[in-house]
Design a protein around this ligand. Structure first.
Ligand SMILES: Cc1ncc(C[n+]2csc(CCOP(=O)(O)OP(=O)(O)O)c2C)c(N)n1
Ligand SMILES: [Mg+2]
Length: 381
């Protein structure tokens, strides 16, 4: 990415919107229509530009900056989010710099200081390992036999059974949260995700891509029922090209993460994320119609044996894992200003304080509880 100061971009016109609101990175703006009337290139609802000139705005109330432009170069001069008042938990230092330049300067600095991995470093790593073990999100209880599959237990067992050369491609929503919480990658394994960007259905096509990159590897795709529904036509691609991937649908029959967010932020209510407004199809019947092998996993007591079977299957297989309507993803953050190190369910306050190396942020003694969430403190799904 090339960084160019806006002073160099003479042909660019910068306009200030009538209103501006930054909702956790989602920008709301209102513009006077007449300022756009001379422009003939329209790329989004609020920005217009002349060809090869201009594409969008981002900023805070003081500085309005161009964020990107055409001709294949991205010109990034965002400053708005460097302003502390727009940061959930304000940073101590804000640096506006090309990341490439910054990393070079940092590297030179560390070399000059003769920085080496020393005892403190391993002390820190040991501490991380200790925390990882103490606060494992996969609880022993999750393995108890139930009428359904507990997805955290399932993914942990899958990660134990997968080999060091295998490739995992995971999707988005609750199923990626579950994977990130419960899957423990081994050295040599590759784990692809679309974290953050989050297009539903990514992992199914991503797994097909991984297959073409390396057909000899065992490729496991994790996907939600919602995501699977969005790229379901790729079952035919698998058939056409005789692709071998293990597609595991963590089927909770709902848009799990969406429901979880709605329930948290709208007083326990939810809409249009299932079972009302959305129901997945019968993936077993659909996969069979494409001529693809299938498997169902109905409860915790059968997943051990079935994971072995699916991993050893010589051809493509679609596995429907019945997670009933599971949509509890913990630990997680509540509230707008809660720092990432203090997640719900909260640990004992003394224990939390003892774990902190720096001072905890203000209000740490009584962190926000789910039922106290106000509408102006909500994030999005
Ligand atoms: C194409 C697309 N549409 C909508 C969204 C918003 N979104 C993120 S996760 C999600 C629900 C995912 O449901 P599912 O695939 O069943 O996963 P679960 O959360 O239940 O594990 C939605 C609607 C998105 N990320 N991508
Ligand atoms: Mg789902």
């Amino acid at each position: 990415m090339k960084i160019v100061s806006d002073k160099k971009l003479k042909e660019i016109k910068l306009y200030k919107p009538i209103t501006f609101k930054d909702m956790r990175g989602e920008i709301w703006t209102k513009w006077e229509k007449k300022i756009f009337k001379d422009l003939n290139f329209n790329l989004s609802k609020y920005t217009k530009s002349k060809k090869n000139v201009l594409r969008g705005f981002h900023g805070d109330k003081k500085s309005w900056k161009l964020i990107s432009c055409l001709k294949g170069e991205i010109l990034n001069v965002v400053e708005g989010t460097l302003s502390k008042k727009f940061q959930q938990v304000p940073f101590d230092e804000n640096i506006n710099c090309d990341a490439k330049k910054f990393i070079k300067i940092l590297k030179d600095f560390l070399i000059k200081k003769n920085f080496k991995s020393n005892e403190n470093h391993s002390k820190w790593l040991n501490r991380c390992v200790e925390w990882k073990e103490t606060y494992d999100p996969v609880k022993k209880d999750f393995f108890k036999n139930t009428n359904t599959v507990q997805p955290y237990a399932f993914i942990r067992r899958l990660s134990e059974k997968m080999d060091k050369d295998d490739i995992l491609v995971a999707d988005c929503g609750g199923n990626i949260v579950t994977c990130n919480h419960a899957f423990e990658t081994k050295k040599g394994q590759r784990y692809f995700t679309n974290n953050g960007n989050s297009p539903m259905g990514f992992s199914f096509s991503g797994a097909i891509g991984a297959y073409f990159a390396n057909p000899k590897k065992r490729i496991v795709c994790i996907i939600g029922d919602g995501g699977m529904n969005m790229n379901i036509q790729e079952l035919q691609t698998i058939k056409n090209y005789n692709i071998n991937i293990k597609t595991i649908i963590l089927n909770n029959h709902i848009y799990g993460i969406t429901k979880a967010f709605q329930e948290t932020n709208f007083g326990g209510k939810s809409e249009a994320c299932g079972p009302r407004g959305y129901i997945p199809p019968d993936f077993i019947k659909v996969s069979k119609a494409y001529g693809i092998k299938t498997m169902e996993i109905k409860n915790n007591s059968e997943f051990d044996e079935k994971i072995d079977q699916l991993l050893n299957c010589k051809e493509s297989i679609v596995v429907d894992v019945d997670c009933h309507d599971h949509h509890e993803y913990e630990p997680r953050i509540f509230g707008w200003k809660t720092p990432i190190e203090d997640m719900y369910p909260y640990i004992d306050r003394d224990e939390f304080k003892k774990n902190m190396i720096i001072d905890p942020v203000e209000g740490w003694e009584s962190p926000i509880m789910p039922k106290f969430i106000k509408s102006d403190e909500v994030g999005d799904a």
